[in-house]
Write a protein that binds this ligand. Structure first.
Ligand code: ATP
Length: 237
């Protein structure tokens, strides 16, 4: 059974249909890639799942519970963590303080929040930055910092929005390793990504959106060989 079920979700902004009747699932402990050309509706879908604006119609089900239209805080409490396309780190706060913000959301006291934040910083290979301002870190490090903060709410499903964009091959490798470690903890990962060489080797399944609609779904290999998908990407150039 799927941990997350997106059921016939449509999201309109006035006359623009950003998602049209999209359905897919993410199994517990799976990595699923959500890909598609610019403007395909990927971020809008993340927003619908994480409570940043409810769908115009359709349902979002997490572990059998209907979370459609809940607030971002309620979705976080239900088990949905997320990172944003532009990593929203607090640049003047230290890396440790950034992750503590997430840890406080689960009701921990300061000592427990600090301990958990330190553990998570080490988990994403950023332990050495604990006392450094987030603003002094590279983009790649700040993205992993945002991942650590999202993990601090103890999600069962983590939504990651373009954590590999603009990274060099070494940084992509480091990020992929962190994603695999997260999956190994039993946390399902839904990943929006344009860096296909990062997501294709590790995903259990890929969902492809184009102009708001799901145009393909399957294993990375099935999707890469699908003429409809190839045409959608070539048409974007
Ligand atoms: P990218 O890969 O460029 O980040 P995306 O696949 O994430 O794109 P979305 O950002 O979800 O795509 O946008 C899908 C469509 O919805 C676009 O046409 C966009 O202009 C429109 N859209 C998104 N958010 C809004 C909004 N708040 N108001 C109006 N239109 C919006």
């Amino acid at each position: 059974m799927s941990l997350l079920r997106v059921e016939e979700v449509t999201k309109r902004f006035g006359g623009i249909v950003a998602n049209e009747n999209v359905s897919f699932g993410v199994g517990a402990g799976q990595i699923v890639g959500l890909i598609g050309p610019n403007g395909a509706g990927k971020t809008t879908m993340f927003n619908c799942i994480a409570g940043n604006g409810s769908p115009s119609s359709g349902r979002i089900i997490l572990d059998g519970r209907d979370i459609t239209g809940l607030s971002p805080e309620q979705c976080a409490r239900a088990g949905v963590g997320r990172t944003f396309q532009i990593a929203r780190t607090f640049t003047s706060m230290t890396a440790l303080e950034n992750v503590m913000v997430g840890a406080f959301l689960t009701g921990r006291n300061t000592v427990a929040a600090r301990e958990e934040a330190l553990r998570l910083l080490h988990f994403v290979n950023l332990g050495r930055f604990a006392d450094k301002p987030a603003g002094s870190m590279t983009i790649s490090e700040q993205r992993r910092l945002a991942v650590a903060r999202a993990l601090a709410i103890k999600p069962r499903l983590l939504l990651m929005d373009e954590v590999m964009a603009g990274l060099n091959p070494t940084e992509v490798r480091e990020t992929v390793e962190v994603v695999l470690k997260i999956r190994d903890q039993g946390i399902a990962c839904l990943i929006v990504e344009h860096v296909l060489e990062g997501i294709m080797p590790i995903a259990n399944a890929i969902v492809v959106l184009d102009y708001g609609r799901k145009i393909a779904e399957g294993t990375p290999q099935q999707v890469s060989n699908d003429p409809v998908v190839i045409a959608a990407y070539l048409g974007d150039e």
